[in-house]
Design a protein around this ligand. Structure first.
Ligand SMILES: Nc1ncnc2c1ncn2[C@@H]1O[C@H](COP(=O)(O)OP(=O)(O)OP(=O)(O)O)[C@@H](O)[C@H]1O
Ligand SMILES: [Mg+2]
Length: 276
């Protein structure tokens, strides 16, 4: 699966962008008070993302399919985590549940201290709009909007002044300033991917979920896009979850989590230093 259509990417929010720093979460309090080491937990940072016993089962014509099974995972604030695993192992599904676009069948998900199961659909959309930037595997650009308008959508939902100017700057940063007025159908796959990345970064989210963000890019453009994502993470302390099949990219992350058959088979260990 790759999300739930264009509306899924609408970083809908009718509130101002949340600029609160990654504050006191229950997980942070637990970390501060010490306690037994938890293998699912990244060391030394308050949690930005916490999954406890998360399962996702979908009903299909062929019967129930277990997409995710008993996922326990904690991602620290500011951590850059690579997510790897074979095709069909559940990487996209995991990102979609963390984004609140799929509701888990069991378990709990907390993002930036907010329990997603305590929010209704509108609440999740508002929360997502101000907290999470998503780069979908299939882009999910809105076909009737130009590149500039696509990037401006989350800014307008967040009622950011100068949305068009900020969107133009975002397009410049991914090297597409000259393509502002083009519609997705007039852009190559790699160009659409860069528009999607500019949109995800537009509101300076605290958490970026990126599903193979360089999958359609040539080596040079991919390196530029990754520099942008890692640069945002470094400058703003943004937490980054990055699905990739590229070992070199995974190696730039602080930690690599491996999935197989909807389960975490290796939660990884945090490397000192990680990326630059
Ligand atoms: N809507 C759906 N109904 C039934 N099964 C689904 C649905 N969406 C995904 N799946 C199944 O869930 C499993 C995990 O899919 P997912 O898209 O999360 O894998 P992935 O690790 O992202 O794979 P890829 O590397 O190919 O993108 C797959 O077996 C897939 O066929
Ligand atoms: Mg996928």
């Amino acid at each position: 699966m790759d999300g739930s259509g264009p509306s899924a990417s609408s970083a809908a929010s009718d509130t101002a962008p949340d600029t609160t720093p990654g504050a006191a979460t229950p997980a942070a309090a637990a970390a501060a008070s010490g306690g037994a080491p938890d293998p699912a937990r990244s060391s030394g940072r308050p949690a930005m993302v916490a999954l406890d016993g998360v399962s996702l089962t979908l009903a299909t014509s062929a019967g129930a399919v277990n997409i995710l099974s008993g996922i326990d995972l904690k991602i620290g604030a500011g951590e850059r985590v690579g997510l790897v695993g074979a095709s069909g192992s559940g990487k996209t599904s995991l990102l979609m549940t963390i984004a609140g676009l799929e509701r888990p069948t069991a378990g709990r998900i907390t993002v930036a201290g907010t329990a997603l199961d305590g929010l209704d659909e509108d609440g999740r959309a508002r929360f997502r709009g101000r907290t999470i930037g998503i780069v979908f595997q299939a882009f999910h650009l809105i076909p009737t909007m130009t590149a500039l308008e696509n990037v401006a959508v989350p800014l307008e939902f967040a009622r950011v002044r100068d949305a068009a100017r900020r969107a133009a700057e975002g397009l410049d940063a991914v090297g597409l300033g000259h393509r502002r007025g083009h519609y997705p159908s007039q852009l190559s796959g790699g160009e659409q991917q860069r528009v999607a990345i500019a949109r995800a970064l537009a509101v300076a989210p605290r958490l970026i979920l990126a599903d193979e963000p360089t999958g359609n890019l040539d080596a040079d453009t991919g390196a530029r896009v990754m520099a942008l994502l890692f640069g945002a993470a470094a400058e703003r302390g943004t937490t980054l979850m990055l699905v990739t099949h590229d070992p070199a990219l995974a190696a730039r992350c602080d930690r690599v989590v491996r999935l197989a058959d909807g389960r975490i088979v290796d939660p990884g260990t945090e490397r000192a230093g990680g990326a630059e």
